[in-house]
Design a protein. Sequence first.
Length: 188
Amino acid sequence: MEKNRQIFDRLARFYLTYYEIEWSSPANELALMNFVDWDDGSSESTSAILKRKGFGEILDYIKQKVPEEKIKLNSTVKKVEYGGNGAILHFENGEEHQCEHVIVTCPLGFLKRNSKSFFNPPLSRDKTQAIQSLGFGNMMKILVAWVSGRGPASISKLEDEELADGVTQHLREALGDQTIPKPLRLFR
């Protein structure tokens, strides 16, 4: 069991690092919704486009690994009591369930309004401040780099307008959204 945990931890660190690099942001600033329009470019049968397949596949995977009686769907959690021996979930219907681990995936707005009352003991001041400091919005970062090849030479010869058109067209095709606007400004 300990060996499996070590393997899991290593894989988790690998993917955490990968996504932080891929999305140019610390993982704690990302939301799963960022993956909705992401296309891994593979064929339809293996593609990871959540917009087509939905978040249900994530739940289906978890359901394969966790006994059915341990999963509570359509249940509202009122409070999470946690400590060294796991957690107790208090449900709106009066039920309580003991857990070893809890993954909280509620919306940021809910956490901002309820983080002090939802958790017992209350979250640390650092965590509460982190939640309060997070904002809502779109992630609009782009980094294009070439190490070798003809890319740098040909890009440097393009006018800003032509480069903006090319980047916009690429994003529209990659994300399948022809309404993506052209950038207001390019930085070289």
